[in-house]
Design a binder for this molecule. Structure first.
Ligand code: ZN
Length: 451
């Protein structure tokens, strides 16, 4: 698509990009800056503001926006339903201007506002810019953050968090080299003795079975790791779980491990049928393989953690709150979460993680397992250390048989600086850290929910 000619009409856009680069204005102030300083007023400043952020991102990343486009009218308008007295906010291009509750024709209140905070483009999926973050540790680089977050100030919070964390050396990242995919077989035996005999027979056949399974997972370089046996008792009989966990570097591996374990089921049934060990049932035991189950014991995905370290002596001056107060507040929040039965704490991660998955559109589209998060805060020596841990990040990073990634998603990945699944995990953990750290500070400083 040809570049919008708005830049030719308004050369001041380039000046605003320069101000963004120098850090003279925060990215979410572009629209306001264009109106006040350069006379580009509403509603034209919405398109110009998004364009400024796009050009700024292009200059700092060296990547071009092509598929994440800015429409002609990237803003919303306010209307009122005369019947309900309800205020509607509708995207400017929408032509349905009736109240869906009563059918009344909506009355325009002539007020316009941005589609989402820090909007940078996208039709229907509204992309927000959420700052850049330096990471050190197992991955060392600077990521650009793009989120399809939706309503709310989340993208601004992440941008602010990144700014604070970068000031203290960036986020320290730890990632595992591989991600895991798991599928489980389940059997019911009539006696404990038969179950024990079966374990013995299966163990003896594993080396040959695993090499045949690995041969079925070569496309994504999947490798079966140790096989885990689990036992459970029920009135139906003696249950045996045989769990196969495979490692994948850049694929999710879900399809490959499913096919390989389907093969293993068939082979193990043949082997058991050749013995006198009786079993009542043989099945794919989905309850134990972790698929779509957010749980602290889930075996799927990749581990990534991100930490920021702040010297205690500068904490109060830098953040306007005492470190003791900050730590006590984290304690209250974590305890509250535990009282609900959650074994984890997420203040914003539950929104940020889906927003990254929506922006990148990779496989899996549903990030249920990946959204599990732990948060830690404490004192280490003379520093306060704040950490988030994402133990189960599932991500297939290439567009392939595992799942097509549309051009907007591939473009987002390129602009973010994410090439591998490990980099995706590092970028995700760093963004969650930035969002959570900023939110925790806002709560400690009583900036939230002001009456
Ligand atoms: Zn109505």
């Amino acid at each position: 698509m040809a570049k919008p000619n708005i830049e030719k009409e308004h050369p001041s856009i380039l000046q605003c990009v320069r101000e963004l680069k120098k850090g003279q204005i925060p990215p979410w102030k572009a629209e306001e800056n264009l109106a006040e300083k350069y006379g580009i007023t509403q509603p034209l400043n919405f398109k110009a503001g998004a364009l400024c952020r796009q050009r700024y991102i292009e200059e700092v990343t060296g990547e071009k926006f092509c598929f994440i486009q800015i429409p002609e009218k990237p803003y919303k308008q306010s209307y009122t339903c005369p019947e309900h007295n309800l205020i509607w906010e509708i995207e400017a291009k929408d032509t349905d201007l009736t109240c869906s509750l009563c059918g009344s024709k909506l009355e325009s209140s002539k007020q316009t506002s941005a589609l989402v905070s820090n909007y940078i483009g996208g039709q229907e999926d509204y992309y927000s810019y959420a700052g850049r973050i330096k990471v050190t540790g197992t991955i060392q680089k600077e990521f650009t953050n793009l989120l399809v977050y939706g309503t709310g100030l989340g993208p601004i919070g992440v941008t602010r968090g990144c700014f604070l964390i970068n000031k203290f050396g960036g986020a320290y990242i730890q990632t595992s080299e591989s991600a895991r995919a798991a599928r489980c077989l389940g059997f019911i035996f009539l006696s404990e003795k038969s179950r024990n005999q079966a374990i013995h027979v299966i163990e003896n056949n594993l080396p040959e079975l695993i090499s045949k399974m690995d041969a079925k997972m070569t496309e994504f370089s999947g490798r079966t790791g140790p096989v885990e046996f689990g036992r459970a008792e029920s009135r139906k009989g003696f249950i045996l779980y045989v769990e196969f966990i495979a490692d994948f570097k850049n694929a999710r591996g879900h399809g490959d491990i499913s096919r390989a374990v389907g093969f293993a089921k068939h082979e193990l049934e043949k082997i058991l049928n050749n013995t006198d060990i009786e079993y009542k049932l043989s099945m794919i035991a989905q309850g134990y393989d972790g698929d779509l189950k957010p749980s602290p014991r889930n075996k799927r995905g990749r581990f990534a953690s991100a930490s920021v370290r702040i010297p205690l002596e500068v904490f109060q001056d830098e953040f306007g709150t005492h470190p003791d107060r900050f730590l006590e507040m984290i304690e209250v929040d974590k305890t509250g979460s535990q009282k609900l039965g959650c074994q984890f704490y997420s203040g914003m991660g539950g929104e940020i993680i889906p927003a990254v998955y929506r922006a990148t559109k990779l496989n899996p589209r549903s990030c249920l397992v990946s959204s599990f998060q732990n948060t830690f805060a404490g004192v280490d020596g003379s520093d306060l250390v704040y950490t988030v841990e994402l133990p189960n990040i599932e991500s297939g990073i290439v567009s392939c048989r595992e799942g097509l990634i549309p051009p907007t998603g591939r473009e987002a990945l390129r602009i973010m600086g994410v090439r591998t699944s490990e980099e995706f995990s590092a970028s995700l953990a760093a963004q969650v850290l930035a969002g959570e750290f900023n939110l925790a500070l806002e709560i400690a400083r009583e900036k939230l929910y002001k009456p």
